[in-house]
Design a protein around this ligand. Sequence first.
Ligand SMILES: Nc1ncnc2c1ncn2[C@@H]1O[C@H](COP(=O)(O)OP(=O)(O)O)[C@@H](O)[C@H]1O
Ligand SMILES: *[C@@H]1O[C@H](CO)[C@@H](O)[C@H](O)[C@H]1NC(C)=O
Ligand SMILES: *[C@@H]1O[C@H](CO)[C@@H](O)[C@H](O)[C@H]1NC(C)=O
Length: 367
Amino acid sequence: MSSDSAVPFHRSPIIVGFGGACVDILAVVAAFPKPDDKIRSTNLKIQGGGNAANALTCAARLGLKPRIISKVANDTQGRAALEELEADGVDTSFFVVSKEGCTPFSYIIVDSQTKTRTCIFTAGYPPMIPEDLSRDSLLSALEGAKLVYFDGRMHETALFIAREAFCKNISILVDAERPREGLDELLTMTDYLVCSERFPQAWTEVASLSRALVSILLKLPKLKFVIATLGAKGSIMLEKCFDDGRQIEEVDVDSSLESLTKQTDDSIATPTCIPSSVTKFRAEGIGSVCGRLYVGTAEKIPPSELIDTTGAGDAFVGAVLYAICKNFSPGKMLPFASCVAAAKCKALGARSGLPYRRDPCLASFSL
Ligand SMILES: Nc1ncnc2c1ncn2[C@@H]1O[C@H](COP(=O)(O)OP(=O)(O)O)[C@@H](O)[C@H]1O
Ligand SMILES: *[C@@H]1O[C@H](CO)[C@@H](O)[C@H](O)[C@H]1NC(C)=O
Ligand SMILES: *[C@@H]1O[C@H](CO)[C@@H](O)[C@H](O)[C@H]1NC(C)=O
């Protein structure tokens, strides 16, 4: 098994990501405009975006060699998106570039007062279809891969890739923002799930977040863990453990989460992680699952340093991809991912703040 730090860069595990790549046009405003207002920006940035492209950029800066599968058009934006990914060390040789059409892009309004980011997304054309990828090219993309990641977009092609990865026994990580077409089948093949705060309840129709996490582990027997990211409140992770027949005490999952949350210390600025012991978590009316629950705190960023949360979730996922490849324990992975996401939040756009492996902010993780 590889240790955390001994793997030389050129032998870093290969990961493959499939999903969105686009161009973001970010305008920072002092206050969000009203309809028909004419206002000035205080800062403007044009930068590559898209969930998968952002997360893989993050993983590349940390030292992985990611391959991206996505689609852009051969226009100015598309060429810029590819160049930027290449410059960051993401392998774009499996990109589909259509001669005609247009590359997807997002207008993003960053309100520096309320610290919100409002996105207006325009899908690319023509949309990606499984026929865009030959089976040969897919097989070369997956060659030697340790992990395949999906951002949940473009489900038909995602499923085409996931079925192949599944047959090859390559682990699958999915980032789920909300229930989408095709996601259910993708989730049945998923090993690691990272999702938004609202996803667990939206997908399971269960009334509390912690019970919804139990329900997710019960519905998806292949899943090893689920993490919900909660913005400035941090993250919660439920990891499945194998019930070895020992008599494990059954505990209500809502009260477990409450008691772990109480143990977090508000005076610590750096991200922390409070683990439960291996427990049989009971979700009222749903069932029970053997596992460990972790409460991760986010970094406490001073308001003057909090610039933009665009892509915070993508940075978190990029760091989780790295942590899985390097066999980090959950107790190291959650603070690490929160640290990486916090660094991202201190600069404008989804990528400017993404830290490199040697960044002082990551020194305590001995990468
Ligand atoms: N305001 C913030 N302060 C500190 N960390 C943050 C903040 N917003 C996001 N993060 C970090 O980024 C992670 C993902 O953020 P979240 O808002 O949940 O995702 P998304 O960008 O997908 O909406 C959080 O778990 C946290 O670690
Ligand atoms: C993109 O268009 C340019 C000309 O504008 C051409 O030289 C190039 O080969 C095209 N690339 C692809 C992948 O179609
Ligand atoms: C599949 O991969 C897992 C590790 O990810 C390994 O433990 C298992 O033995 C593999 N199974 C097969 C059939 O190769």
